[in-house]
Design a protein around this ligand. Structure first.
Ligand code: GDP
Ligand code: MG
Length: 166
């Protein structure tokens, strides 16, 4: 099993922390899939039965007018071509404009979008219900997975869910 996974979210929600935790190896030689040349590959998660290639979509949280056309096109075309998207938010931050820009793009996606609520170590479990409710009203997610990227809570489960989908 293999697939491309985009990871999107506002700055500082913990995208790099998650990738550093799950990614065992840097990209070496990949297949001739278009993704490899066109998008920024952040790392590869490899287990015996599967390989997930994580890609970055810079600028996705910004309004269109603040980005050049090239950036916009690159970010959006990347999202259209992946097999799954992780939309990462931080449990200790309120939904903001950056999140809303991302949600508007994600609504157009045909591949599954997973809401990953990071930094659960910083909040009370009861707070998660409000967050889930808030985001679920905006769009429907394939699954909602609370994690702590620094502590490692639920990170394996997130990988299992993604692998299962591929
Ligand atoms: P990015 O901008 O989305 O790539 O975010 P980073 O991975 O750089 O993380 C931003 C900050 O949040 C760093 O100081 C991380 O150590 C911290 N951070 C990331 N994940 C967690 C988490 O699960 N819990 C806590 N408490 N801090 C986290
Ligand atoms: Mg980062």
């Amino acid at each position: 099993k293999s697939g491309f996974v985009a990871i999107v979210g506002r700055p500082n929600v913990g995208k790099s922390t998650l990738l550093n935790r799950i990614v065992g190896q840097k990209i070496a030689i990949m297949s001739d899939k278009a993704q490899t040349t066109r998008n920024k590959i952040q790392g590869i998660y490899t287990i015996p039965e599967a390989q997930l290639v994580f890609i970055d979509t810079p600028g996705i949280h910004k309004p269109k007018h603040r980005l050049g056309d090239f950036m916009v096109e690159t970010a959006y075309s990347a999202l259209r071509e992946v097999d799954a998207t992780i939309f990462m938010i931080s449990a200790d931050q309120k939904r903001g404009r950056g999140d809303d820009f991302i949600i508007e793009r994600l609504k157009e996606m045909k591949s599954p979008v997973y809401l990953v609520i990071n930094k659960i170590d910083k909040v009370h479990p009861d707070d998660l219900l409000g967050i889930i409710d808030d985001y679920s009203k905006e769009m429907s997610f394939k699954e909602i997975v609370p994690i702590s990227a620094t502590e490692g809570n639920n990170v394996e489960r997130l990988m299992d869910i993604l692998v299962e989908q591929m």
